[in-house]
Design a protein around this ligand. Structure first.
Ligand SMILES: [Zn+2]
Length: 828
């Protein structure tokens, strides 16, 4: 049992990013890895979000100092804004997880997370800890430290608030507490069944100069990280641009820098040093007396290494591997390094002997209990003596004795069966419902891991020059796209059929029945059954035909049910399920497909919020100018509007009078340069009686706003109110935006989610009227969340209120106020 656990942790705390794409290992990579194997020191960088990590420092630590380097991001960045698509919340966290893994693939560091959910912007650490449950996240940080066993810990932020965001300050507070707690057997003793206490030597804050805040000083430890690495053919400043630019959902593409770059470190704990963060820390194998000879062996291998003929070191690597195996494991630190080094040496053996093996499924979807056809390919591209002794397919061991001829590709096909008890693929932290601040993970051994292990694996038992190794490969799906070339995608273990609901929320603004459609999709051939549903009490539904028969895999059936809202119970959930051959399935799938990360998906229950609200509408036709991506259009359609997406063509034609209102999507002026050109068209539209409603834009690093937006000047600030329960004071209660067609009062601000508003207007021209005043606790009131001005016969509105979050969540007050903004009558 213990052995199994040790193996499990060995897998857990190695870089577990399995590249979706097959990667080549060059002779330069091998030399780099040999040097790294001869360095026995580690460093853990700790911050709060994807993008907080110092992407210049990490490659310097891995490739120049050759340290085992980790980045612990407390959150997955779920709460941020998405610059590349519509995903928000959990799907966005999944994108950012993969972006971090893609960045780590470039800089060679390992990636860890805690269970903390990025619930949105937080102004101070106390609020942050209120959401996260401080002790739970402290436990996770301690768990990662105890397993990774870093010699040095580095925080991105200080505990004193200069990092701005409450999550940032919280990450530093937790790092400092964990520095001590990880070494204390009384703290989180339940972890010690699986790992050991760990005292890092010291902890530093990597001080910074961001904008006007400069926390560096010449008295701090300084390291020039601007060096050039000839094995990579790049400087660390060039690499920093490559890994930083993987944070695409945040728009963090950066330029390559060259030449001297100084990083500053202020010591926060541990034995005091003045010159270097690793001063007086032995980072060679002889830090363990029992392992001292390993350094010499590796020195010899490195001296002998010939980039033209890497296979010449295979025999010596085999001997080194056996030396590692023979090491006594009584010392926990040595045990941890031994596991790490065995795995690294295994990879070096495969790379230097040119041995390559992969496993493919015939399809990217596999169903538990069904057949799965697997193909493995293996090739020995150098001239070392390699035999294959066994292959363990998903569900079956096969013995074989195959001596691999040089450069001959062996393809073996196997008819396998996926065991019935295989669980469906889904990100492990999204398998259960969770609180706003903390993901629920029932298996404590999963905590810290960046993502799931591969859904299925094949294990090759191979003998290289007399050394037997077990090499695990994920089962993947491989195909060729005519444009993109060869693509790998992860194997998906899915139910026989799935149900998707078109919308997350259905709004009923009268007592008439409304049709809701479900798409049932077969993941295998011959799936037939019926769709059923559950509704809140007093809601009624009927369906003309709720049965389906799907012949081929991939076939879909559209099933529509008519729902009659209840007058008494105003909101609830509709959940749907299908009965297929006596089994019940209730999952739908959300797919996430971008080129810079592997294909992702989330399985979710087929359910939607249904809300019956008192909502009057006026007008019928809305024009929508898309911005960075939001779901507002679907919400407007729900309540009966005809929404036209205003493309450049339509805006060029300028025939806008037909629209009762034109709405711009979030950050439209940041993402669409052509809105500058349409400024006159839009102002003319307002002048002639239209309503232009501009949702928030930013005025910051990503898109300093040069375009004119309104008829009179105003500036966009970074003011925001993050407390979604903050009191909202109506400044102009008699104004038509609070009167028509819905009467608005303070109860309309109940039940909002995540936050009130962001990027409020400031320095607004006197033509504008401020409609609302609101503020976070202990802050001064902001009056720029909703400003309105008449212009000609029409009206212009700028709002930082987060309608794009509230409407898809079915918040009645948000609908009522938003509809009013679209319905301001023409000025006489
Ligand atoms: Zn951050």
């Amino acid at each position: 049992m213990k052995r199994i656990l040790i193996l499990f942790l060995a897998v857990l705390f190695r870089c577990s990013y399995l590249q979706a794409q097959s990667t080549a290992v060059s002779s330069a990579d091998i030399l780099q890895k040999l040097h790294k194997l001869n360095t026995v020191g580690s460093v853990l960088y700790i911050a709060a979000h994807p993008d907080d990590e110092n992407t210049r420092l990490l490659p310097y630590l891995t490739y120049e100092r050759k340290l085992r380097t980790g980045y612990l991001s407390l959150t997955r960045g779920d709460g941020g804004q998405n610059l590349i698509g519509k995903e928000q919340g959990e799907p966005l966290g999944l994108i950012r997880t993969e972006e971090l893994l893609a960045a780590r693939h470039i800089d060679g560091a390992e990636q860890f997370f805690t269970r903390a959910n990025d619930f949105g912007f937080s102004k101070n650490p106390d609020e942050t800890f209120g959401f996260w449950n401080k002790d739970s996240i402290l436990a996770d940080v301690v768990w990662v430290i105890r397993n990774f066993k870093p010699d040095v810990i580095i925080t991105r932020f200080p505990t004193t608030g200069e990092g701005g965001h409450g999550h940032h300050t919280a990450s530093a507070i937790l790092a400092i507490e964990a520095f001590t707690a990880a070494a204390d057997p009384k703290r989180f003793p339940e972890q010690l069944k699986y790992t050991e206490v760990w005292q890092a030597k010291r902890i530093f804050w990597n001080t910074f100069s961001f904008g006007t805040i400069n926390t560096t000083s010449e008295s701090q430890i300084k390291i020039d990280i601007g060096g050039y690495n000839p094995l990579l053919g790049k400087s660390y400043g060039e690499l920093a641009s490559e890994n930083r630019s993987m944070h695409k959902s945040q728009g963090f593409g950066t330029a390559k820098t060259r030449g001297q770059t100084i990083e500053y470190f202020k010591q926060l704990g541990g034995d005091s040093v003045s010159k270097d963060i690793f001063e007086n820390i032995n980072i060679s194998w002889n830090r363990f007396p029992a392992a001292a000879k390993l350094s010499k062996s590796l020195d010899k291998i490195i001296a002998k290494y010939n980039a033209q003929q890497p296979q010449l070191i295979v025999t010596d690597l085999v001997a080194f591997y056996k030396q590692l195996q023979a090491l006594n494991e009584t010392d926990a630190t040595l045990r941890s390094w031994k596991k790490y080094a065995l795995k690294e040496t295994e990879e070096l053996l495969l790379a230097s002997s040119g041995l390559w093996m992969e496993a493919y499924a015939a399809d990217y979807i596999a169903i538990p209990g069904n057949d799965i056809a697997t193909t493995v390919q293996i090739i020995n591209r150098n001239k070392n003596l390699v035999t294959v002794n066994a292959i363990r397919y998903i569900n079956q061991d096969t013995a074989c004795t195959l001596t691999l001829k040089p450069n001959e590709l062996y393809t073996l096909k196997h008819a396998d069966k996926l065991p019935k008890e295989f669980s469906y693929s889904n990100p492990y932290w999204l398998n259960q419902k969770h609180s706003p601040g903390l993901y629920t993970v029932s298996n404590p051994l999963l905590i810290g891991k960046p993502k799931n292990d591969p859904a299925a694996t094949v294990v090759f038992t191979v003998t290289i020059e007399g050394l037997q190794l077990s090499v695990t490969r994920p089962v993947v799906y491989r195909y060729t796209d005519p444009v993109k070339g060869e693509i790998y995608r992860p194997l998906e273990i899915l139910p026989a059929a799935m149900i998707n609901i078109a919308e997350r929320v259905y709004v009923f603004n009268d007592t008439l029945p409304k049709n809701i459609s479900f798409v049932v999709k077969a993941n295998m051939a011959n799936v037939s059954g019926t769709l059923d549903w559950q509704l809140p009490e007093d809601w009624r539904a009927t369906s003309a035909n709720n049965s389906f028969k799907l012949n081929a895999k991939g076939d879909e059936a559209l099933i529509t049910i008519s729902i009659q809202p209840s007058a008494s119970s105003l909101s609830g959930k509709i959940s749907a399920f299908i009965n297929v051959n006596g089994e019940r399935f209730s999952k739908g799938i959300t797919r996430i497909e971008y080129d810079h990360i592997p294909y992702q998906f989330i399985l979710t229950d087929a359910e939607a919020t249904i809300v019956h609200m008192d909502l009057r509408t006026a007008g019928k036709n809305i024009g929508y100018i898309p911005g960075a991506g939001d779901d507002v259009v679907a919400c407007l359609k729900q309540v009966g509007y005809n929404v036209t997406i205003l493309t450049d063509d339509l805006l060029d034609k300028g025939d806008l009078k037909q629209y009762n209102a034109i709405v711009t999507g979030i950050r439209a002026y940041n993402t669409n340069d052509r809105l500058q050109i349409y400024y006159k068209t839009l102002m003319q539209y307002v002048e002639q009686g239209g309503n232009l409603v501009v949702q928030y834009n930013t005025n910051n690093r990503i898109g300093p706003l040069l375009a004119k937006i309104g008829p009179y000047p105003f500036t966009i600030s970074r003011d925001r109110v993050t407390d979604e329960q903050a009191e909202v004071r109506i400044l102009q209660p008699a104004h038509v935006v609070f009167q028509y067609p819905n009467k608005i009062n303070s109860t309309d601000f109940n039940g909002w989610i995540q936050e009130r508003g962001i990027y409020f207007a400031t320095e607004a021209d006197t033509h504008y009227q401020s409609m609302l005043s609101l503020n976070d606790p202990n802050e001064k009131p902001h009056e720029g969340s909703l400003i309105v001005t008449p212009y000609g016969k029409g009206n212009f509105v700028y709002t930082g209120l987060v309608f794009f979050r509230e409407l898809p969540a079915g918040v009645p007050g948000a609908y009522r106020l938003f509809i009013n903004l679209l319905s301001i009558p023409e000025n006489k």
